[in-house]
Write a protein that binds this ligand. Structure first.
Ligand code: BG6
Length: 488
């Protein structure tokens, strides 16, 4: 099938799952953008592998439009034509040794460190790794594993054990694309490039922290996958707990991969474990009903293609978590994510405590008058909110905002998360990838929630599409005398 010679030198980026949604929406657009921006090494060949037996030209026809539609920034013909020169295709069943024999044959002339990207379901991770080893392709290579890695702690351990027999930990890149977002880099710069926040970054001065990742989209043709996964496994176990660990970690001694990952791990291991009682009290699960998004009607979750009848999979989770260490003891972290919500946003809100005594009369009572808002999307920003005096007689205070990122910096387009992360993989930089022990600590923390949900009949609470989740989510915060950011 593969009609393109790979060339004598260089390395291959081999994309298993090359016809899948992730390949078309994220991975290939990111590779194209890196190529267009002159950041992809000329010696990098891209080999897509997937089940359909397609000629290379048919593969390019299949991916062309969806990939172009998802590229950040312009797609000009010249850049596109030179990009596809890099691309070849191998079709066939991944359980068929012949696929790997053809792959090995294609890669034989290459001398660099190949990247194997498994954009497939986790059930294929182990068989593909074994087949790579059997074909002599694993040595010196880099392996990228997409989430979800397993379904729970046991299955993720089983996969990690098997993959670990073939690839060393420093060859494995467990991707969590939230770590590649520009705002996460900015959060690191804010915390560790400035001295003024560090003394405040603790229980004495911070009242609560919120992390919200809200989507307007529904399950988008992934009903089958999503129905077996749910929001806790799809988002909380990985993206939100990773963000939490970056906000809460101690300053690492360097940005070297293990220095950062050791600190994140300490946070994950210090999360206060939940039990049946605290799960019932502090975790809210919801599922979307029909409603409207931007004025257009959208169906309920249960009517989505691929979703089982009467499914009780959650499309929304809100929860409270605490960290048992000196810095954070007693500070509630509220995490929330869901589909078909009232807006698309990903943000971290740091609410500072109010003044101990107001000499200025009654202050505005909303929570977080002193607040840091780190927005990851749709736009990226860091905003510091304080109170200031209204002009004129008297002492009326109002909130004012200071934008801390855009002012004074050139308006460069932020690099898309996958682009940064794929370039990191090729360069062997592991800092923004999840180490095995971090991932397992996160699974360990969510385990009591999964177990409680499976043994207790706890149907998700319904919420209308286009709202911010079930009322129980607001009630959770109200019990702690606070409210979600958009309700403030
Ligand atoms: C993925 C989840 O990891 O992240 C999806 O599987 C979700 O369900 C997506 O839609 C959200 O990513 P982003 O970058 O669009 O916020």
């Amino acid at each position: 099938m593969n009609k393109r010679p790979l060339g004598k030198l260089g390395f291959a980026f081999v994309l298993f799952g090359g016809t899948g949604d992730l390949a078309k929406r994220k991975i290939l657009p990111a590779l194209f953008a890196a190529h267009r921006d002159g950041m992809l090494e000329p010696a990098c060949r891209i080999v897509a592998v997937a089940q359909p037996m397609l000629a290379r030209t048919d593969y390019l026809d299949l991916i062309g439009e969806p990939v172009k539609a998802n590229v950040q920034g312009p797609v000009d013909v010249v850049a596109w034509d030179s990009f596809v020169e890099r691309v070849s295709y191998i079709g066939g069943d991944l359980s068929d040794a012949d696929v790997f024999a053809r792959l090995a044959e294609d890669l034989r002339p290459l001398t660099g460190s190949n990247v194997f990207y498994l954009a497939t379901g986790p059930s294929l991770f182990v068989p593909v790794c074994r087949a790579l080893a059997a074909s002599g392709l694993s040595e010196g290579a880099k392996l990228v594993l997409e989430k979800p890695l397993g379904h729970d702690l046991e299955s993720s351990r089983a996969i990690n054990d098997e993959v670990g027999r073939i690839f060393r930990e420093d060859q494995i890149f467990r991707i969590d694309h939230y770590l590649g977002k520009e705002a996460v880099q900015n959060l690191l710069a804010l915390r560790f490039g400035n001295s003024m926040f560090e003394p405040l970054w603790r229980r004495e001065w911070i009242e609560s922290i919120q992390i919200t990742v809200a989507e307007e989209l529904g399950v988008e043709g992934r009903g089958n996958f999503y129905d077996q996964t749910g929001a806790l496994r799809d988002m909380i176990q990985n993206h939100l707990l990773q963000l939490l660990s970056i906000i809460a970690m101690e300053p690492p001694h360097s940005m070297e991969a293990d220095a950062v990952r050791d600190e994140k791990l300490r946070v994950l291991r210090a999360l206060v474990p939940l039990d049946d009682e605290t799960v019932a009290r502090n975790v809210v699960r919801g599922q979307y009903q029909s409603g409207t998004i931007h004025g257009a009607p959208v169906p309920e979750y249960q009517a989505e293609a691929g979703v089982g009848q009467g499914s009780d999979t959650e499309t929304f989770v809100a929860l409270k978590v605490e960290i048992s260490n000196w810095r954070w003891s007693g500070v509630p972290f509220f995490l929330r994510t869901g589909k078909r919500l009232g807006g698309k946003t990903a943000e971290i809100i740091v609410n500072f405590r109010g003044v101990p005594h107001s000499a200025l009369g009654t202050l505005p009572s909303r929570p977080g008058a002193n607040r840091l808002t780190i927005k990851l999307q749709p736009e990226e920003s860091i905003r510091l909110s304080t109170l200031a005096k209204m002009p004129g007689l008297g002492m009326e205070l109002r909130g004012v905002n200071l934008d801390m990122v855009s002012d004074g910096l050139p308006h460069l387009t932020a690099m898309e998360a996958y682009q940064r992360l794929l370039l990191d993989v090729m360069a062997g930089r592991l800092a923004l990838f999840v180490r095995r022990d971090e991932q397992e600590a996160a699974w360990q923390w969510v385990a009591p929630i999964l177990s409680d949900w499976s043994k207790r009949h706890n149907p998700p609470k319904q919420y209308r599409s286009g709202t911010w989740g079930p009322p129980a989510s607001s009630a959770l915060l109200a019990r702690h005398n606070t409210c979600w950011h958009e309700e403030a």
